[in-house]
Design a binder for this molecule. Structure first.
Ligand SMILES: Cc1ncc(COP(=O)(O)O)c(C=O)c1O
Length: 431
């Protein structure tokens, strides 16, 4: 990107938005979609016909020049906003020096620096930690499960209904949000059990009682706030009970922070809202490098007992992604935790008001900028998602019948108010 492009991109961040000048999709978007349909895998279920050309902050401009207010952040990824200048600068600097040299086989200082930064961000109860870097959330979940099995010499893993941990075969075995993700793919990984999210008693009273000896369980994996499953905040006794069960039986507790981490809930890790609870392993991805592919398995040092060759990756911890992660952590720690807390509270207040006026909203929930709005049924949520797109607001459904808000953490008060206004209009029109 030339400096001219950067300047025009920063203007884009402040341009009046939404701004829709064509029918949607516009002519250039239609032709891009037709071209795409011929050669791309039909397994990707596109949500609405958005064809982004460039983006800055919370604003996305499509190929026809329409501007959308982004409350998705590319599914909770562009934490510092689209093309944050500090992140773009770090990517430029690193990419002009070194694009790749497999960190699983040689030494990259920028890899170690990213790991240092992640270790120092973890809840103090975890103590000393070490990090393995991968490319995607699913890859980090696979790594965490391998590590948990290796460190405990046990094989079973307990996850929760509604969970989303990824789509590769190991993580897919833990994913239990929609049966269509599993259908047609044959047997899942052996030794995987599920409990209702928020119900730790089920683990002791049903799983341990009837199905699964706790001494065979390597790990319990849970999202601090369920993402794909509905942006559900668990009851306050859930995580303390999981910690107690794990401690009693020598089981490792894994917090999947792929969607909830890196400041999204107003704390670096959503698990920090569970006062006094520390996991043994944190899995991170999505927002960690503002959109560059990177993920992390952050584990207590005492668990990192696997020796050379036990786990690795050609691209994992790519130096350009690592540079983007360091810049991302700088920006998030400096200014975005506070913004996520403040604007999140503003959105929750506005949505609660909306709910008090509108019976089609059944519940508003969330923490920071991870907010779910539950509607009466899936059809209403899906129609609001589509209607908002036509009004220039990008939102996404989750769970059975919720719409999620997960904007870039740089969202301003004005942009939050615009989002609330459009949502109100859309709910009026649709519900
Ligand atoms: C909580 C959680 N874990 C894991 C994943 C998988 O991440 P990825 O799509 O990067 O493989 C996701 C993706 O949505 C997620 O939300």
């Amino acid at each position: 990107m030339s400096p001219v492009d950067t300047a025009s991109n920063s203007e884009l961040a402040g341009a009046p938005t939404p701004f829709i000048t064509t029918e949607l999709p516009g002519p250039l978007a239609r032709s891009a979609i037709a071209r795409d349909a011929l050669v791309t895998s039909p397994s990707m279920g596109r949500v609405y016909p958005l064809v982004p050309a460039r983006a800055a902050g919370c604003v996305i401009e499509d190929v026809d020049g329409n501007r959308f207010l982004d409350m998705n952040a590319g599914i909770a990824v562009t934490s510092t906003g689209h093309c944050h200048p500090e992140v773009v600068h770090a990517i430029h600097e690193q990419s002009s020096k070194l694009l790749h040299y497999c960190a699983s086989d040689w030494y990259l200082p920028v890899y170690a620096e990213s790991c240092e930064r992640l270790v120092s961000s973890t809840p103090s109860g975890m103590g000393a930690a070490q990090v393995f870097l991968g490319n995607s959330g699913t890859e980090a979940v696979e790594g965490a499960i391998k590590l948990a099995r290796y460190a405990t010499k046990r094989h079973n893993v307990i996850a929760f209904f509604g969970a989303f941990h990824g789509r590769t075969l190991g993580s897919l075995s833990l994913t239990a949000s929609k049966s269509k993700y599993r259908g047609g793919f044959g047997p899942m990984a052996a030794g995987t059990y599920h409990a209702p999210y928020g119900d730790a008693a089920f683990i002791e009273e049903v799983l341990f009682e009837h199905l699964c000896d706790p001494l065979d369980v390597a790990a319990i994996i849970a999202e601090p706030i369920q993402g794909e499953g509905g942006y559900s905040v668990p009851p306050p006794d859930f995580w303390p009970a999981l910690r107690r069960i794990c401690d009693e039986h020598g089981i490792l507790l894994i917090a999947d922070e792929v969607q909830s981490g890196i400041g999204r809930t107003g704390k670096m890790w959503a698990i920090e809202h569970e006062v006094g609870i520390s996991p043994d392993i944190i899995v991170a991805g999505k927002g960690i490098a503002s959109g560059m592919p990177l993920s992390a398995v952050i584990a207590r040092e005492a668990l990192m007992v696997w020796g050379p060759g036990k786990h690795g990756s050609t691209f994992g911890g790519n130096p350009v992604s690592c540079a983007a992660a360091i810049a991302t952590l700088d920006v998030v720690e400096r200014e975005l935790l506070e913004n996520a807390t403040m604007i999140g509270a503003r959105l929750l207040r506005g949505l609660d008001e909306l709910a008090s006026l509108n019976s089609s909203i059944k519940e508003v929930r969330g923490r920071g900028l991870m907010i779910g709005i539950e509607f009466a049924d899936h059809d209403t949520a899906a129609r609001i998602e589509q209607d908002c797109f036509r009004r220039g607001l990008l939102v996404l459904t989750c769970g059975k019948s919720a719409v999620r808000l997960a904007p870039p953490l740089v969202i301003s008060a004005d942009q939050a108010d615009t989002a609330l206004r459009i949502l109100a209009d859309s709910i009026d029109a649709v519900a």
